[in-house]
Design a protein around this ligand. Structure first.
Ligand code: IPE
Ligand code: IPE
Ligand code: MG
Length: 235
């Protein structure tokens, strides 16, 4: 079985999972968060080199104040804990998204985690926080435009590779497989540029229940696909 180099996951369904158990949505987020730890270990064990997860979107601020506050508390704990996970898996952690919207202490924890793990390279783990693909493109275009105005970049020299270098994912290869849990069949503003030729896998399993067995199932399905990139597959 060929293991994808880069797997991206939309971690969805925490709230519904909890509701089905008669529990508050926050309980689903706690379980979802601990599942993220397990899945990082599984990815490392299976030899996946890049993992990118969508944990909080630019649209998720619209949730109730209670839910957003609960998530911030969870991020604080998780970012601290993630230092140990990074050490154990020799994993480099990067946060993608506009982190300036978070409280100072969260931004500091992100900086500490990124600095601590910067020399690890067995697994590259990207966490999308306050991430929206359109927002990422707008932020990138602003920086690109500023560089053109300052004479650092010529308009004619703008290529796909140059545009890519202004995205939050600069330097990270595009995902080979994108998984969305919990039944929704949409991207919800996740990696619109980067997923141009990615294989998609949707499952009804909610994120807190998505385990190694489900991961293997997704990778098996991926192996049945015939990846073409516009060309004709050579037999
Ligand atoms: C995903 O689960 C986690 C976040 C978006 C923070 P949801 O909270 O979206 O759970 P559902 O989709 O409402 O069940
Ligand atoms: C997408 O899930 C964002 C994350 C998983 C972080 P949502 O649950 O927020 O997306 P919609 O609202 O169903 O599109
Ligand atoms: Mg959801």
């Amino acid at each position: 079985m060929k293991v994808p180099n880069h797997i991206a996951i939309i971690l969805d369904g925490n709230g519904r999972w909890a509701k089905a158990k008669g529990m508050p949505r926050s309980y689903g987020h706690v379980k979802g968060c601990s599942n993220l730890e397990t899945i990082c270990d599984d990815m490392k064990e299976m030899g996946v080199k890049y993992l990118t997860v969508y944990a909080f979107s630019t649209e998720n601020w619209k949730r109730s104040r209670e839910e957003v506050e609960g998530l911030m508390k969870l991020f604080r704990n998780y970012l601290k804990k993630c230092i140990k996970i990074a050490e154990r898996n020799k994993m480099r952690v990067k946060v993608i998204g506009d982190i300036t919207a978070f409280d100072q202490d969260i931004q500091k924890k992100i900086a500490q985690l990124e600095e601590f793990s910067k020399d690890y390279d067995e697994l590259h783990f990207q966490i999308a926080l306050n991430y929206g693909s359109r927002d990422e493109i707008v932020r990138g275009v602003r920086r690109l435009a500023a560089d053109v105005l300052e004479g650092k970049l010529e308009k004619e020299k703008i290529t796909e590779a140059v545009v890519e270098s202004y995205l939050d994912t600069a330097g990270i290869p595009d995902p080979d497989l994108m998984i969305r849990t919990s039944g929704e069949l949409r991207l919800s503003n996740f990696l619109l540029w980067q997923l141009a030729y990615t294989e998609f896998y949707f499952t009804d399993v909610p994120w807190p229940d998505f385990n190694k067995k489900e991961l293997i199932r997704a990778i098996e399905k991926y192996n049945e696909r015939d990846r073409r990139y516009g060309g004709v597959k050579e037999e």
